[in-house]
Design a protein around this ligand. Structure first.
Ligand code: PMP
Length: 372
């Protein structure tokens, strides 16, 4: 085999994916970050219409104008952020948005601050861009919230960017407004970029979401339809930033995928303009599941923090064999260490599974892993 590039060699395949390959197909999957709901009917219909109407050709590189106009309205009405359709790029999921941010702005010698624990793709995308990772501790003492003072300590003259993710994968932590604002202020004072991954924005309980773009111009917001409208396989997301930033991002996007899927864009348009009751139902159901999983884990003696968003819980479980024992007993989970050094001694469990399956999974863990 011809040698891969050193940047490819420097990263590993995702540990989460590896977990799926070793466990039996009947196991209850608390490993994957994927809603168990289906795409709402009105969105399905819009996509079927797009095919029937032969609306399956290339769109503008940025995405169809009607969709970008709706996204701009969403930013104004829900986030209080003034943007315009020209500064919005529709992408193949938040994953592509993240990748093009790294390719457009990070290069050798650049330091990029990422939350530890944090989503796996952050480290990989920065490394593929030849950047240097600087983890910022998100500790259990702070309920895994990223704190502005911890960020400030890690800033050097090489700091090029920070990636924020609130609500967080893998901890469910929601950042406090004062930290979001303080980091936004720092980005202006010290001149670095904030890549704000807001994909779980709407899966939030009893808290409010704040975007740093409200307080700084050095922000690229990443978001998507996948988590909130259960459209994961349809690969559709978006980003916004000021004009100077979007122009550079467009170059990479254009030569990478040309445009997002036309059919998925039609579905996304319907998602934004159609009824929102399914989203509310989904969030209420996630809240019910969160209450169940947290109380069952606490009942087994595992400490958790106040889980305020997304659909993950990150209990303190120091038994190093727990993940394997659970997998053998029929419950898939992910070792916290996969998300950074601060994940050691924790396990990520996703509650994007049915209430009944979560109950069953907790029974299995209690009977066969904890007391087994
Ligand atoms: N960011 C975070 C924090 C995620 O958890 C995920 C999906 N697991 C993504 C981005 C990628 O989302 P998409 O499927 O839209 O590419």
């Amino acid at each position: 085999m011809i040698d891969p590039a050193s940047r490819t060699k420097s990263i590993e395949l995702s540990l989460i994916r590896k977990m799926f390959e070793v466990t039996n197909p009947d196991a209850i999957n608390l490993g994957i970050g994927e809603p168990d709901f289906n795409v709402p009917e009105n969105i399905k219909q819009a996509m079927k219409d797009s095919i029937d109407e032969n609306d399956t050709h290339y769109t503008s590189n940025k995405g169809i104008i009607e969709l970008r106009e709706e996204i701009a309205k969403k930013f104004k009405n829900e986030n209080g952020i003034d943007t315009n359709p020209e500064n919005i790029l529709v992408t193949a999921g938040a994953s592509e948005a993240l990748f093009i941010c790294a390719q457009a702005f990070i290069e050798k010698g650049d330091e990029v601050l990422i939350p530890d624990p944090g989503f796996l793709s952050y480290e990989a995308c920065v490394k593929i861009a030849n950047g240097t990772i600087v983890p910022v501790d998100c500790t259990m003492k702070n309920e895994f919230k990223l704190k502005a003072e911890d960020v400030e300590e890690k800033i050097t003259d090489k700091t090029k960017a920070i990636i924020l993710n609130s609500p967080s994968n893998p901890t469910g932590a929601v950042m406090e407004k004062e930290d979001v604002k303080a980091i936004a202020d720092l980005s202006m004072d010290k001149n670095f970029l904030i890549i704000s991954d807001e994909i779980y924005e709407k899966i939030i309980y009893d808290k409010k979401h704040y975007s740093p773009a409200k307080y700084s111009d050095n922000v690229i917001i990443l978001n998507g339809f996948l988590k909130i409208y259960a459209m994961t396989g349809l690969r559709i997301g978006y980003l916004t930033a000021t004009e100077d930033y979007t122009e550079e991002l467009l170059k990479v996007h254009q030569y990478n995928i040309a445009c997002a899927s036309t059919t998925s864009q039609r579905g996304a348009y319907e998602a934004l303009t159609g009824p929102q009751d399914e989203v509310h139902k989904m969030v209420n159901e996630f809240k019910r599941r969160r209450d169940l999983i947290v109380s069952r884990l606490n009942g087994m003696g595992y400490e958790t923090v106040n889980v305020e968003g997304a659909f993950y819980v990150f209990p303190k479980i120091e038994d190093e064999d727990f993940v394997m024992k659970a997998a053998k007993a029929g419950v898939i989970t992910v070792p916290g260490i996969a998300f950074g050094l601060n994940g050691k001694g924790h396990i990520r469990m996703s509650y994007a599974n049915s209430y009944e399956n979560i109950e069953k999974a907790m029974d299995i863990l209690e009977e066969r892993v904890v007391n087994g």
